[in-house]
Design a protein around this ligand. Structure first.
Ligand SMILES: C[S@@+](CC[C@H](N)C(=O)[O-])C[C@H]1O[C@@H](n2cnc3c(N)ncnc32)[C@H](O)[C@@H]1O
Ligand SMILES: Nc1nc2[nH]cc(C(=O)O)c2c(=O)[nH]1
Ligand code: SF4
Ligand SMILES: [Mg+2]
Length: 193
Protein backbone atom coordinates (compact mmCIF):
# COMPACT_ATOMS: atom_id res chain seq x y z
CA UNK A 1 0.00 0.00 0.00
CA UNK A 2 2.80 2.40 0.94
CA UNK A 3 6.39 2.41 2.07
CA UNK A 4 8.33 5.02 3.98
CA UNK A 5 11.50 5.47 6.02
CA UNK A 6 10.72 6.83 9.46
CA UNK A 7 11.17 6.26 13.19
CA UNK A 8 9.39 3.30 14.80
CA UNK A 9 6.85 5.14 16.93
CA UNK A 10 5.44 2.33 19.10
CA UNK A 11 6.46 -0.40 21.49
CA UNK A 12 9.86 -1.94 22.27
CA UNK A 13 11.69 -0.49 19.26
CA UNK A 14 10.33 3.06 19.70
CA UNK A 15 12.80 5.67 18.53
CA UNK A 16 14.73 3.47 16.10
CA UNK A 17 14.97 4.27 12.39
CA UNK A 18 13.01 1.77 10.32
CA UNK A 19 11.72 1.34 6.80
CA UNK A 20 7.98 0.55 6.82
CA UNK A 21 6.33 -1.71 4.26
CA UNK A 22 2.56 -1.39 4.66
CA UNK A 23 0.79 -4.27 2.91
CA UNK A 24 -2.82 -3.88 1.76
CA UNK A 25 -5.66 -6.08 2.98
CA UNK A 26 -7.31 -6.53 6.38
CA UNK A 27 -10.62 -8.14 7.40
CA UNK A 28 -10.27 -7.75 11.18
CA UNK A 29 -12.44 -4.62 11.21
CA UNK A 30 -11.28 -2.63 14.26
CA UNK A 31 -13.74 0.25 14.67
CA UNK A 32 -10.90 2.62 15.66
CA UNK A 33 -8.32 1.47 13.08
CA UNK A 34 -6.11 4.40 12.05
CA UNK A 35 -5.43 3.00 8.54
CA UNK A 36 -8.84 1.92 7.26
CA UNK A 37 -7.70 2.81 3.74
CA UNK A 38 -5.48 -0.30 3.95
CA UNK A 39 -8.39 -2.74 4.27
CA UNK A 40 -9.16 -3.31 0.58
CA UNK A 41 -6.03 -4.83 -0.98
CA UNK A 42 -7.43 -4.28 -4.48
CA UNK A 43 -7.23 -0.51 -3.97
CA UNK A 44 -3.45 -0.69 -3.90
CA UNK A 45 -0.85 -1.52 -6.57
CA UNK A 46 1.11 -4.78 -6.43
CA UNK A 47 4.84 -4.20 -5.88
CA UNK A 48 7.55 -6.76 -6.72
CA UNK A 49 9.61 -8.03 -3.78
CA UNK A 50 12.85 -7.03 -5.55
CA UNK A 51 11.56 -3.45 -5.86
CA UNK A 52 10.66 -3.32 -2.15
CA UNK A 53 14.11 -4.58 -1.15
CA UNK A 54 15.79 -2.10 -3.53
CA UNK A 55 13.80 0.76 -1.97
CA UNK A 56 14.76 -0.34 1.54
CA UNK A 57 18.48 -0.45 0.73
CA UNK A 58 18.47 3.10 -0.65
CA UNK A 59 18.47 4.23 3.00
CA UNK A 60 21.14 3.65 5.66
CA UNK A 61 18.80 1.88 8.12
CA UNK A 62 18.40 -1.89 7.95
CA UNK A 63 15.39 -2.32 10.25
CA UNK A 64 12.25 -3.14 8.26
CA UNK A 65 8.75 -3.08 9.78
CA UNK A 66 6.16 -5.09 7.86
CA UNK A 67 2.72 -3.86 8.75
CA UNK A 68 -0.61 -3.22 7.08
CA UNK A 69 -3.43 -3.89 6.83
CA UNK A 70 -2.95 -7.33 8.34
CA UNK A 71 0.39 -8.49 6.91
CA UNK A 72 -0.16 -12.15 7.86
CA UNK A 73 -3.00 -12.36 5.33
CA UNK A 74 -0.06 -12.74 2.90
CA UNK A 75 2.55 -15.51 2.89
CA UNK A 76 5.61 -13.54 3.97
CA UNK A 77 8.20 -16.29 3.40
CA UNK A 78 9.61 -14.84 0.17
CA UNK A 79 9.57 -11.18 1.26
CA UNK A 80 11.30 -11.80 4.59
CA UNK A 81 13.77 -14.21 2.93
CA UNK A 82 14.77 -11.49 0.45
CA UNK A 83 15.07 -8.89 3.23
CA UNK A 84 17.25 -11.20 5.34
CA UNK A 85 19.45 -11.87 2.31
CA UNK A 86 19.87 -8.09 1.95
CA UNK A 87 21.05 -7.89 5.58
CA UNK A 88 17.85 -6.47 7.09
CA UNK A 89 16.29 -6.95 10.50
CA UNK A 90 12.68 -8.01 9.97
CA UNK A 91 10.03 -6.75 12.38
CA UNK A 92 6.29 -7.39 12.10
CA UNK A 93 3.19 -5.62 13.42
CA UNK A 94 0.31 -8.10 13.45
CA UNK A 95 -3.05 -8.75 15.06
CA UNK A 96 -2.12 -12.44 15.15
CA UNK A 97 -5.38 -13.42 13.45
CA UNK A 98 -3.63 -15.42 10.67
CA UNK A 99 -0.90 -18.09 10.78
CA UNK A 100 2.66 -16.88 11.12
CA UNK A 101 4.78 -17.08 7.97
CA UNK A 102 8.24 -15.60 7.33
CA UNK A 103 11.51 -15.17 9.22
CA UNK A 104 11.35 -12.59 12.02
CA UNK A 105 13.75 -10.75 14.30
CA UNK A 106 10.92 -9.05 16.22
CA UNK A 107 7.24 -9.97 16.41
CA UNK A 108 4.75 -7.48 17.84
CA UNK A 109 1.30 -8.98 18.35
CA UNK A 110 -1.57 -6.57 18.98
CA UNK A 111 -4.63 -8.79 19.49
CA UNK A 112 -8.09 -7.56 18.59
CA UNK A 113 -11.58 -8.28 19.96
CA UNK A 114 -12.91 -8.25 16.43
CA UNK A 115 -10.97 -11.39 15.32
CA UNK A 116 -9.16 -13.47 17.92
CA UNK A 117 -5.40 -14.02 17.71
CA UNK A 118 -4.14 -17.55 17.04
CA UNK A 119 -2.39 -19.25 20.00
CA UNK A 120 0.57 -20.12 17.73
CA UNK A 121 1.20 -16.45 16.97
CA UNK A 122 0.83 -15.37 20.62
CA UNK A 123 3.41 -17.98 21.60
CA UNK A 124 5.94 -16.41 19.18
CA UNK A 125 5.33 -12.81 20.31
CA UNK A 126 8.39 -10.82 21.40
CA UNK A 127 6.00 -8.04 22.31
CA UNK A 128 2.29 -7.99 23.21
CA UNK A 129 0.77 -4.57 22.56
CA UNK A 130 -2.76 -4.09 23.84
CA UNK A 131 -4.75 -1.08 22.62
CA UNK A 132 -6.72 0.44 25.50
CA UNK A 133 -10.02 1.86 24.26
CA UNK A 134 -11.98 1.53 27.52
CA UNK A 135 -11.43 0.30 31.04
CA UNK A 136 -12.57 -3.25 30.29
CA UNK A 137 -9.43 -3.60 28.17
CA UNK A 138 -7.18 -4.14 31.21
CA UNK A 139 -8.85 -7.47 32.07
CA UNK A 140 -8.74 -8.37 28.38
CA UNK A 141 -5.02 -7.49 28.33
CA UNK A 142 -4.37 -9.91 31.20
CA UNK A 143 -6.24 -12.71 29.38
CA UNK A 144 -3.78 -12.35 26.51
CA UNK A 145 -0.72 -11.89 28.73
CA UNK A 146 -1.53 -15.35 30.14
CA UNK A 147 -1.12 -16.80 26.63
CA UNK A 148 2.36 -15.46 25.78
CA UNK A 149 5.76 -16.71 26.87
CA UNK A 150 7.62 -15.48 29.99
CA UNK A 151 10.02 -13.32 27.93
CA UNK A 152 7.33 -11.45 26.02
CA UNK A 153 7.36 -7.68 26.71
CA UNK A 154 3.94 -6.34 27.71
CA UNK A 155 2.70 -2.94 26.50
CA UNK A 156 -0.48 -0.92 27.01
CA UNK A 157 -1.06 1.66 24.27
CA UNK A 158 -3.97 4.12 24.40
CA UNK A 159 -6.33 4.17 21.44
CA UNK A 160 -5.50 7.53 19.86
CA UNK A 161 -8.93 9.18 20.10
CA UNK A 162 -9.34 8.03 23.74
CA UNK A 163 -5.79 8.79 24.85
CA UNK A 164 -6.69 11.74 27.08
CA UNK A 165 -9.25 9.69 29.01
CA UNK A 166 -7.29 6.42 29.08
CA UNK A 167 -3.77 7.67 29.90
CA UNK A 168 -4.41 8.27 33.63
CA UNK A 169 -5.89 4.75 33.91
CA UNK A 170 -2.92 3.27 32.05
CA UNK A 171 -0.43 5.14 34.27
CA UNK A 172 -2.15 3.85 37.43
CA UNK A 173 -2.36 0.33 36.02
CA UNK A 174 1.35 0.17 35.13
CA UNK A 175 2.31 1.50 38.58
CA UNK A 176 0.24 -1.30 40.16
CA UNK A 177 1.26 -4.00 37.64
CA UNK A 178 4.87 -3.17 36.71
CA UNK A 179 5.23 -6.12 34.37
CA UNK A 180 3.41 -3.83 31.91
CA UNK A 181 4.90 -0.78 30.15
CA UNK A 182 3.34 2.23 28.47
CA UNK A 183 3.53 2.52 24.67
CA UNK A 184 2.54 5.74 22.94
CA UNK A 185 2.15 6.42 19.23
CA UNK A 186 5.10 8.83 19.39
CA UNK A 187 5.16 9.39 15.60
CA UNK A 188 1.80 11.16 15.96
CA UNK A 189 3.30 13.59 18.50
CA UNK A 190 6.36 14.06 16.26
CA UNK A 191 4.09 14.56 13.23
CA UNK A 192 6.02 12.07 11.12
CA UNK A 193 4.67 9.07 9.17
C1 LIG B 1 -2.61 -0.33 11.81
S1 LIG B 1 -2.08 -1.75 12.66
C2 LIG B 1 -1.45 -2.79 11.33
C3 LIG B 1 -0.91 -4.11 11.79
C4 LIG B 1 -1.94 -5.14 12.27
N1 LIG B 1 -3.11 -5.15 11.48
C5 LIG B 1 -2.28 -4.89 13.72
O1 LIG B 1 -3.39 -4.42 13.99
O2 LIG B 1 -1.44 -5.16 14.58
C6 LIG B 1 -0.55 -1.19 13.45
C7 LIG B 1 -0.63 -0.93 14.93
O3 LIG B 1 -1.42 0.22 15.15
C8 LIG B 1 -2.29 -0.02 16.23
N2 LIG B 1 -3.42 0.90 16.09
C9 LIG B 1 -4.28 0.96 15.04
N3 LIG B 1 -5.17 1.95 15.22
C10 LIG B 1 -4.88 2.53 16.41
C11 LIG B 1 -5.45 3.62 17.16
N4 LIG B 1 -6.52 4.28 16.71
N5 LIG B 1 -4.87 3.95 18.32
C12 LIG B 1 -3.79 3.27 18.80
N6 LIG B 1 -3.21 2.25 18.14
C13 LIG B 1 -3.74 1.87 16.96
C14 LIG B 1 -2.63 -1.49 16.07
O4 LIG B 1 -3.15 -2.09 17.24
C15 LIG B 1 -1.27 -2.07 15.71
O5 LIG B 1 -0.53 -2.32 16.88
N1 LIG C 1 6.26 5.82 12.84
C1 LIG C 1 5.37 4.82 12.86
N2 LIG C 1 5.51 3.82 13.74
C2 LIG C 1 4.62 2.80 13.68
N3 LIG C 1 4.60 1.67 14.42
C3 LIG C 1 3.61 0.87 13.99
C4 LIG C 1 2.93 1.50 12.95
C5 LIG C 1 1.93 0.83 12.11
O1 LIG C 1 1.06 1.49 11.55
O2 LIG C 1 2.04 -0.39 12.00
C6 LIG C 1 3.56 2.74 12.76
C7 LIG C 1 3.39 3.85 11.86
O3 LIG C 1 2.44 3.95 11.07
N4 LIG C 1 4.33 4.84 11.95
S1 SF4 D 1 -6.15 -5.47 12.56
FE1 SF4 D 1 -4.79 -3.71 12.31
S2 SF4 D 1 -5.10 -2.96 10.18
FE2 SF4 D 1 -6.75 -4.41 10.65
S3 SF4 D 1 -8.44 -3.12 11.30
FE3 SF4 D 1 -7.34 -3.70 13.17
S4 SF4 D 1 -5.78 -2.11 13.52
FE4 SF4 D 1 -6.55 -1.88 11.42
MG1 LIG E 1 0.31 3.32 12.26
Amino acid sequence: MEQFYTIQGEGYNTGRAAYFLRLGGCDVGCVWCDVKESWDADQHPRVAIADMVAAVTEHPGRNVVITGGEPLMHDLTALTGALKEAGCQTWIETSGAYPLTGQWDWICVSPKKFKAPLPQVLQHADELKIIVFNKSDFAWAEEHAAQVGPQTRLYLQPEWSKATAMMPLIVDYVKEHPQWQVSLQTHKFLDIP
